[in-house]
Ligand binder design. Structure first.
Ligand code: FAD
Ligand code: SF4
Length: 471
């Protein structure tokens, strides 16, 4: 097929259609439809095949984007999926949840005037289509090394590490305290962005590659770290960041005030059938909900509350809309679904009734002051601007910090001053910690970040482990 270099002028960028609002407001299903074959071929054909593709550099795993776009355009899906797995362990996930406007698509040459190539959706299509066609990774030529590695954490970092190890002939055994793989992909990111079946399908693929999962097994409780160090040739830590940042305001521990992640996890457990007791489910049906925060986690909470049937959902953020850290795409989706946004409001205390239940959140107005050392303008409180937003429930979505586990210090695994595990890509063995037998990657090393950066570090750490084991 010949390349029409002016295709991007004739063919506009098209995003996949969204499901109707009446479905989006009540169902936990992905809101974007998939591209069909003609759409993929037309959209992939818009790629200019730049000599020095900026999209590849901006993609944290450095996907061979123009190359698999070309294969997709030519309908060569099985070749495209093989190529895409050379750099990415979970391409169907990244295609769905990466903030493409800040990454690959943000760097596309066509971005300024014509609209970037729809890279993420084509990446998702390639893998989904290949699975539909019965594709599985072929490891028949892999020579087993006899080495075994314990991977702690079945989030994207741990899974990516296991993927590369299995392809290198090293047997990974993945431990996770949750009953399903995926980490935040399964228990944090809601189904309207990433349906649960996507990770369930991946578990089967990984198991077919020889990856062993020991789920509902918490290291430090059900199995000791010492046992893992004794039994395995190396250990990878992909344990994420699970300390919830607090607001530091009055009554934030009162009944009716929730941290974002337990709320999202309770909803995931219900969808997955993992709920142990009815009382474990946090249900906002019929409630007035105020979510505090302006990041992607806040967007996931407001949109979950809408689908649970909340009476009213407000997102209150202490800066203005322009300075929100969350993806613009997700803010737009939330607005469409009925979320009300209130900007330049800082919480100062939860209002309680006589029986101690939440009835509102007291806020003060802010204006943006001078930029700080990172160039970010900090909110400055306007005196005398207090008001109370009525609320039956308040959700704090202020982000996460690492939660070092007690056994880390005992085994010489050093942390930095923000409790992140010290492990560098530039070390002799990439992502080796201060305990030579232990490697680490993902949020536990970087602090809360992205799925695709966790995948990158898990993959690089696997290479470091194989160098260390000399296999
Ligand atoms: P995690 O995904 O947190 O996985 C860590 C795993 O380790 C967990 O499964 C945990 O159970 C397990 N574990 C921890 N300690 C132990 C132990 N002692 N024993 C056994 N198992 C243990 N990123 C995006 O790119 N796009 C998004 O749209 C997006 N949305 C997000 C929405 C929410 C609500 C949140 C919270 C995050 C979101 N992120 C998003 C960020 C992204 O999910 C994380 O950056 C990514 O999952 C980090 O991967 P990880 O493997 O390092 O850690
Ligand atoms: Fe873009 Fe993410 Fe895919 Fe890279 S992994 S090409 S950044 S969607």
């Amino acid at each position: 097929m010949s390349q029409n270099v002016f295709q991007f002028i004739d063919v506009q960028r098209v995003d996949p259609p969204k499901k109707p609002l009446k479905i989006r407001k009540i169902q936990f299903v992905e809101i974007y439809e998939s591209f069909n074959k003609p759409q993929v071929e037309m959209q992939a054909d818009r790629c200019l095949e730049c000599g020095n593709p900026y999209c590849e550099w901006k993609c944290p795993v450095h996907n061979y984007i123009p190359n698999w776009l070309k294969l997709a355009k030519e309908g060569r899906i099985l070749e495209a999926v093989e190529l895409s797995h050379q750099t990415n362990s979970l391409p169907e996930v990244c295609g769905r949840v990466c903030p493409q406007d800040r990454l690959c698509e943000g760097a596309c040459t066509l971005n300024d005037r014509f609209g970037a190539v729809t890279i993420g959706n084509i990446e998702k299509y390639i893998t989904d289509k290949a699975f539909e066609m019965g594709w599985k990774p072929d490891l028949s030529n892999v020579v087993k090394t006899g080495k075994r590695v314990a991977v702690i954490g079945a989030g994207p970092a741990g899974l990516a590490c296991a993927d590369v190890l299995a392809r290198g002939g090293v047997t990974p055994v993945v431990f996770d305290k949750y009953p399903e793989i995926g980490g935040l992909l399964t228990f944090g990111i809601p189904s309207f962005k990433l349906e649960k079946e996507v990770m369930q399908r991946r578990r089967e693929i990984f198991q077919g590659m020889g990856v062993e999962f020991r789920l509902e097994t918490e290291v430090g409780r059900d199995v000791t770290f010492a046992d893992l160090l004794g039994e395995f040739d190396a250990v990878f830590l992909g344990v994420g960041t699970y300390k919830y940042m607090k607001g530091g305001f009055a009554n934030e521990e009162a009944p009716g005030v929730y941290d974002a992640l337990p709320y999202l996890i309770s909803n995931a457990n219900r969808l997955l059938g993992f709920e142990k007791a009815q009382s474990d489910y946090i249900d906002f049906a019929g409630k007035q909900v105020v979510v505090l925060g302006g990041g992607d986690t806040a967007m996931d909470c407001v949109r979950t509350a809408i689908r649970q049937g909340a009476a009213k959902v407000i997102c209150a953020y202490r800066r203005d809309e322009e300075n929100m850290p969350g993806s613009k795409r997700e803010v737009k989706n939330a607005r469409e679904e009925g979320v009300e946004f209130m900007f330049n409001l800082q919480p100062i205390g939860v209002e309680l009734d006589a029986s101690g239940h939440t009835v509102g959140i007291k806020v003060v107005s802010t204006e943006l002051g001078a930029p700080d050392a990172n160039g970010r303008r900090n909110p400055v409180v306007i005196e005398g601007s207090e008001q109370v937003l009525p609320a039956d429930v308040v959700v704090m979505a202020f982000g996460f910090q690492p939660n070092p586990q007690p056994w880390m210090a005992e085994y010489g695994i050093e942390l930095d001053n923000r409790d992140r595990i010290k492990a560098r890509e530039q070390a002799e063995y990439p992502f080796q910690t201060s305990n030579p037998k232990v490697f680490a990657g993902g949020d536990a090393v970087r602090g809360s970040d992205l799925v695709v950066t966790a995948i990158y570090e898990g993959r690089k750490a696997a290479e470091g482990i194989m160098d260390y084991l000399a296999v």
